[in-house]
Design a protein around this ligand. Structure first.
Ligand code: ADP
Ligand code: MG
Ligand code: MG
Ligand code: MG
Length: 670
């Protein structure tokens, strides 16, 4: 996340008054940029991953693992080092195994205990680049670690197991209940102090009219009290009006209760961004990757602990959704609509609700019947020349208010910038993001970001999932695959992915035939099986035989296990891995590369069929087998220390291509 310019950030009632202006200017900027960039062609197929870390500090004497809040110091030190690298021996200096690779980029994140790292430049499309990903990820970890205190390490757990338990980060001690978060569990200082972040958190809370509310079902073990009443909740605080939230029922029985943005936005994920060769291809990738979001969320499940308790869910997604849910009671449907414009079914952080490709296979039945759009904004976009479908997408994103507004930015509209557009775009955290080219850079094209995956403990796994998604995009484009599913089914799948062990125990809606027919009016299009990356173009030169009418949409998909979706089922869906293998067979890949890729695909295959465990399962087993665990759902400081140490060891020892790390995570060995 790039930090926007500094200035005077408006507090909520003031920001709300300027919301319309920001939206209008944002739309003007979008239109100006869209006109400039819509015809961009032949952009290179590039892609890049983002890996997020928790910075933990181990206190071996006290046997405690805590978060370090040293983000700013670490980033400063990294930036000094990068300047040395890039200034000294040229950008491709001597980096041991990484000759020719640019030094990684490090970025701040919401949590002051977090760090994000991306490759020094995006990966190219060649297979050789795929082979560099894992070692580059390991390099990023080493570089980050070299800029930390000796007892600190970057680890890739999605959430810190004891965040919010009051001895969860290293000194200095800040009492909870600061003016921005007003949390009874974490201080404001847990968040990045850059004015953008406390303003974001405070304005979400103000707009909502109460604190954010996260209630995660507790995992009921044999000694867990029933009903479980979160013992860490204090009902007797009277510093802020929001302290009354819990007296008004905010904390639910049988749930772990949390009350601040940090509990969601403090989670780490693995995101992949692709550059398409043009806007049409970007829109196609956006649509086709969308139904895969929940599947990959379940496959990467790694979040079984919150605030010191085992929970009954395996993934982070909904918790982040709740942590930034700024909807008012009227928008939530809890009060009659009076001041607000509409009921809004989803949080700003949620699965996406639009399809944007002008693909003849996209049936109107796939669209979300509950989609809310700002009709005035849509009209403005259409009047400005944008097609209905893309206008609908942006008019949906723009139903939200901008949350962080700097008064200096409202003095003059600059159509060569994209700041007001980005204000709305970057606070719509959906599982897919369609990224237009930045308005001031000509060398960047239309990009699509895949955002649902959980960060994995080892870089072998992170590389495997990144590479898998890259290969899926190649298969989608090469075979013109059709994964279209009605959007409400993807929304349901996203919920399904939360269940404990959903990867093995749950079924997900998925399209049966990925080579699915086009709608009859476009039947002239020929199949592009085995073609290169180019997308098909419609041609009506040869009159096609009339195709039979399409059946009901419901016959196109069915419930499948993740194993069936990933590995295929006889007489049914061919499977994502077999599709990727067919793609690899259709291009010439040398044996060595193919073997290398096979080890990554094998992880995905075995994760799906249960041979290998998810991170969530591995963590659960670790806790269950810990000698001090009392089978009461409590993840104590001692267990957390041992868990973090184990995770650190796995990542430190992990050898090339996942050896050792993978073995340790196999689970079967415990
Ligand atoms: P954000 O946080 O807004 O999603 P980041 O800059 O943190 O964006 O990460 C974007 C990712 O996209 C990085 O992995 C980067 O290498 C990659 N990337 C950068 N430029 C391009 C491009 N033109 N095409 C594809 N990927 C790109
Ligand atoms: Mg990030
Ligand atoms: Mg980023
Ligand atoms: Mg991102």
């Amino acid at each position: 996340m790039g930090l926007l310019a500094l200035g005077t950030a408006l507090e909520w009632p003031e920001a709300k008054k300027k919301a319309d202006q920001v939206r209008q200017w944002g739309i003007e900027q979008l239109l100006a940029n869209w006109r400039r960039a819509k015809g961009k062609e032949r952009d290179a197929l590039l892609w890049g991953d983002e890996v997020e870390y928790l910075v933990v500090a181990l206190d071996d004497a006290a046997k405690k693992a805590r978060l370090s809040l040293a983000q700013a110091e670490i980033l400063k030190s990294l930036a000094r080092d990068e300047a040395l690298w890039t200034g000294g021996s040229g950008s491709d200096g001597e980096h041991g195994d990484h000759v020719g690779e640019k030094p990684p980029h490090f970025h701040p994140e919401f949590g002051r205990f977090m760090l994000e790292a991306t490759p020094g430049e995006p990966w190219g499309i060649g297979f050789k680049d795929l082979l560099k990903v894992e070692s580059n990820m390991k390099w990023r970890r080493e570089v980050a670690k070299a800029h930390m205190a000796p007892n600190e390490s970057p680890i890739t757990l999605t959430t810190f197991p004891r965040l919010g338990t009051k001895d969860d980060y290293i000194q200095p001690y800040y009492p909870p209940s600061g003016p921005a978060l007003r949390s009874q569990f974490v201080p404001d200082e847990i968040a990045n102090p850059h004015i953008r972040f406390p303003t974001l958190a405070a304005n979400i809370r103000s707009r909502r009219g109460r604190k954010v509310e996260l209630n995660v079902p507790v995992f009921k073990d044999q000694n867990t009290p029933s009903p479980f009443k979160d013992p860490t909740v204090n009902y007797d605080l009277h510093q802020w009006p929001e302290d009354a939230d819990v007296r008004n029922g905010a904390a639910k029985d049988d749930h772990v209760y949390m009350d601040a943005m940090a509990f969601g936005m403090g989670s780490c994920c693995l995101q992949i961004t692709f550059q398409a060769k043009n806007m049409t291809e970007g829109r196609k990738l956006y649509d086709q990757l969308s139904p895969l979001g929940p599947i990959l969320l379940a496959l990467t499940a790694a979040t079984p602990i919150y605030k010191g308790f085992l929970v009954d869910t395996d993934v982070r997604w909904n918790q982040i959704g709740a942590a930034v849910d700024d909807r008012t009671p009227e928008e939530l449907g809890e009060a009659p609509l009076k001041n607000d414009r509409w009921r809004i079914p989803k949080s700003r952080y949620a699965s996406n609700s639009t399809y944007i490709s002008q693909d003849p296979r996209l049936r109107k039945e796939y669209l979300d019947p509950d989609l809310v759009v700002d009709e005035d904004i849509k009209k403005k976009l259409i009047d400005g020349g944008m097609d209905d479908q893309l206008a609908t997408h942006f008019a949906h994103l723009f139903i939200r208010d901008p949350l962080v507004i700097f008064s200096e930015d409202l003095e003059e509209l600059d159509l060569h910038k994209g700041d007001h557009f980005e204000n709305l775009q970057s606070t719509n955290w959906q599982h897919m993001r369609f990224k237009p080219p930045p308005s001031d850079k000509d060398d960047i094209g239309w990009r699509v970001e895949f955002r649902s995956m959980e960060i994995q403990i080892t870089d072998f796994e992170n590389a495997a999932f990144s590479i898998f998604i890259v290969l899926i995009t190649r298969a989608i484009l090469s075979f013109d695959l059709n994964f279209y599913l009605p959007i409400p089914r993807t929304t349901e799948n996203m919920e399904t992915a939360h269940a404990r062990n959903a990867v093995l125990d749950s079924k997900f809606y998925f399209r049966k035939d990925p080579f699915g027919r086009r709608a009859p009016r476009h039947a002239a299009q020929h199949s592009s099986h085995g073609s290169t990356f180019s997308s098909t173009t419609s041609s009506a030169v040869n009159t096609p035989p009339p195709s039979p009418p399409l059946g009901p949409v419901e016959t196109e998909y069915e419930l499948m296990t993740i194993a069936e979706i990933v590995n295929g089922c006889p007489d049914g869906f061919p499977g994502l891995i077999p599709l990727v293998e067919s793609y690899l067979n259709s291009v010439n890949v040398d044996v060595e590369t193919r073997c290398f890729l096979a080890s990554y695909l094998d992880l995905i295959r075995k994760r799906a069929d249960g041979t290998l465990w998810t991170g969530a399962k591995w963590i659960r087993e670790f806790v269950a087998k810990h000698p001090s665990y009392k089978h009461d759902s409590v993840v104590s400081e001692e267990i957390t220390y041992d868990l973090v140490k184990a995770v650190e060891e796995v990542t430190a020892k992990e050898g090339k291509n996942g050896s050792i790390g993978w073995e340790l995570l196999r689970g079967r060995k415990n």
